[in-house]
Design a protein. Structure first.
Length: 183
């Protein structure tokens, strides 16, 4: 059985970033994620909606996750400016009938190339290793999403297997819970 300690999940910091629960006030800033983002096809979004509708849908989904299991994507802010630059966190999943904890991350395209996805992924992995009793942690990555695959590898993960997830072929990257903290 997997036991969960939600202590301080929504109140974390890393070297350059602050992690907190998303709020409706984040919709305007998070709507930028949906502008000029050539990676939206990796998600299951209705792209006929406005960027504001998509941002609200994303944030409402996190509220549901927070309520259901205490986890979900957190808003990721730059310490230096307070700008909302990403969403990242731990997502309980079921893969091939097995309960898993996914380490997920999505960065506003304006902030790509600065290592924020890697910093977020490592922070969430460290929290998971120290606070969640689970044999391993995973990242679910579309076969064509090479940038996210690179983040998973930097986070100490390796490809475990390939499977269908929500209608897309994905690689399941994973790291076992005996890994040491990296941040």
């Amino acid at each position: 059985m997997i036991s969960i300690d939600r202590m301080d999940y929504a109140n974390q910091e890393s070297e350059r970033l602050i992690y907190r629960r998303a709020t409706f006030d984040d919709i305007p800033a998070w709507s930028e994620f949906f502008v000029d983002n050539d990676r939206l096809h990796f998600f299951d979004f209705d792209l006929t909606k406005t960027k504001e509708e998509l941002a609200e849908q994303w944030i409402v989904k996190q509220f549901e996750r927070y309520t259901t299991n205490g986890y979900g994507h957190l808003a990721v802010e730059l310490k230096s400016t307070g700008a909302l630059i990403a969403m990242g966190g731990i997502l309980p999943r079921e893969i091939k009938g097995r309960p898993e904890f996914e380490i997920g991350y999505s960065v506003n395209p304006r902030y790509w190339g600065n290592g924020y996805a890697t910093e977020t992924a490592m922070t969430m992995k460290d929290f998971a290793i120290n606070q969640i009793d689970s044999p391993r942690f995973i990242s679910i990555i579309d076969l064509e999403n090479h940038q996210s695959a690179n983040v998973a590898v930097k986070n100490g993960m390796k490809v475990l297997f390939q499977t269908d997830f929500m209608g897309a072929e994905v690689n399941i990257y994973g790291i076992d819970n005996s890994a040491k903290s990296t941040i």
